[in-house]
Write a protein that binds this ligand. Structure first.
Ligand code: NAG
Ligand code: NAG
Length: 170
């Protein structure tokens, strides 16, 4: 009888732990929706790797900010980047939308290197975002695996469009 009861209690505890995990999972999914990489790549006109050079225009109320980013490589959409928005001889540009609560991983510090999923700022976003690219979905860490995954998504379309242009490095 004794061991039986212990077993029962153990099982109940396990069950409760499981329910708790499910509940937590739902909560984070609800507060932070993110589609899969293929979708994110499709939604972003421009995907690039870069390092945060400087943080500017910090909004103290909404906790949003823009960054000057040094670009290493365009994974997608280089031709969609208007030359007018390039800074410091063409290696840098301004990216806005950091701190956007609609994006899960939305924060950086100076010196961080990431993969950025971006779209040109819409005019409706106001003059402070003129000449900025806006963060469209979560920041991604630079790993070989992540770079390859993103490249595969981009290349899927590239082949369909008969375009070429493989690249190396970060
Ligand atoms: C990302 O871009 C798509 C258009 O491709 C747009 O519908 C969506 O609202 C954008 N997401 C964010 C968080 O700006
Ligand atoms: C891509 O190439 C195929 C065959 O080489 C051709 O039939 C197709 O029209 C091309 N597509 C585009 C978008 O150029």
């Amino acid at each position: 009888m004794g061991p039986q009861r212990t077993l029962g209690a153990g099982r109940t505890a396990l069950l409760l732990a499981g329910l708790l995990l499910v509940a937590l999972g739902h909560r984070s999914a609800a507060s932070c929706p993110e589609t899969d990489l293929e979708n994110r790549e499709e939604e972003a006109k421009i995907v690039l790797t870069g390092t945060v050079d400087e943080i500017i225009n910090m909004d103290p109320v909404h906790n949003t900010y823009s960054c000057k980013v040094r670009v290493w490589r365009y994974l997608k959409g280089k031709s969609d980047v208007n030359r007018e928005i390039l800074l410091d001889g063409g290696n840098k540009l301004m990216i806005g939308g950091f701190g956007n609560p609609g994006i899960c991983d939305n924060r950086v510090a100076t010196g961080d290197t990431r993969i950025f999923f971006l779209n040109p700022a819409l005019e409706a976003m106001g003059p402070e975002h003129k000449n900025e690219l806006m963060l469209n979905s979560s920041l991604m860490r630079i790993t070989l695996r992540n770079l390859e995954d993103v490249e595969h998504c981009v290349e899927g379309k590239r082949l369909a469009g008969n375009e070429t242009g493989p690249t190396t490095g970060f």
